[in-house]
Design a binder for this molecule. Structure first.
Ligand code: PAF
Length: 287
């Protein structure tokens, strides 16, 4: 089935309202395109929940802190639409920048403490841009549910805070990270890696697994966990580790002692490509 490709906000509102009147619940899978198996998993989850599925494809300039990153972001609309068709997506909302931002917005969302560390610390304004566009997408598509990948753990936390703080009537569904057989988390940015970089890239996940193993064995000192994981990553090659942090899984604040559910998250530069990944860990209470 070919999805209804909608470029205007007005047509999107009309399509969603017709679907709702016909008795459907509305699901939104927000993306920036360059769709891969990780996005497919989000779409499949949305489909399984038996809803009218809208995929948004919009490379949001507001969330890019570096102009070259925005410019180089992969754009693969034709194959994206093929994937949406093969997965039974009902509608694709694919606006141009002028449709979403006809003028420089005077009102934007500012994200507080949940964005202070991890990517928020290294990409100034990034999560304000994400929260602003997600808020707009929620206003346009009015989904009952929206699906986000756990690979972007801080983004997922930001969206959950957005929904809570603004009382938005949307259920947020987090979907597990999809990985290549060597552990590399799927990402649209992987397409930029050359052969050698692709070989090195799984080092980040290997380090995160090391952290998870230590926590599972009862280590509660975040510093010990971070040092071991970073050493594992650096042992692989001289890759530039931007950050590796242990944070509380709800509020994304760094912890010194691991006393509950945490996320160990890292960002690694492989050549000129920045990759992020994370693992979720529970403190294990040993007998
Ligand atoms: O994760 C992404 O692709 C983007 O950050 C999102 C959520 C679609 C907002 O532009």
């Amino acid at each position: 089935m070919t999805p209804n490709v909608l470029e205007s906000i007005a047509h999107t509102r009309a399509a969603v309202s017709a679907a709702r009147q016909a008795g459907s619940r509305i699901a939104l899978v927000p993306t920036m395109g360059a769709l891969h198996a990780g996005h497919a998993r989000l779409i499949e989850r949305a489909r399984q929940d038996g809803q009218y599925v809208v995929v948004s494809i919009f490379v949001n300039p507001l969330q890019f802190d570096r102009p070259d990153d925005l410019e180089r972001y992969p754009r693969t609309m034709e194959s994206d639409l093929q994937m949406c068709a093969s997965l039974g997506v009902d509608a694709v909302f694919a606006p141009v920048v002028g449709e979403m931002y006809p003028h420089t917005p005077t009102c934007t969302v500012h994200v507080g403490a949940v964005a202070n560390y991890l990517c928020g610390q290294y990409r100034p304004g990034h999560f304000d841009g994400v929260a602003t566009v997600v808020m707009k997408l929620f206003q346009i598509v009015t989904p009952d549910r929206a699906y986000f990948g756990e690979k972007d753990a801080q983004q997922l936390a930001v969206v959950r805070h957005l929904v809570r703080d603004f009382n938005l009537p949307v259920d947020i569904v987090g979907v597990k990270t999809v990985r290549e057989s060597d552990g590399l988390a799927l990402s649209s940015r992987n397409a930029r890696l050359d052969q050698e970089e692709r070989r090195l890239a799984p080092a980040l996940y290997a380090g995160l697994l090391e952290a998870a193993r230590l926590i599972a064995r009862g280590e509660t000192r975040a510093n010990v966990v971070k040092t071991a994981a970073a050493a594992r990553i650096r042992a692989a090659r001289p890759l530039r580790l931007e950050y590796l942090e242990v944070v509380d899984a709800q509020n994304m604040q760094p912890v010194e002692r691991i006393t509950g559910r945490v996320i160990v998250a890292g960002a690694l530069w492989v050549g000129s490509t920045r990759l992020i990944d994370n693992v979720r860990c529970d403190k294990v209470v040993l007998p």
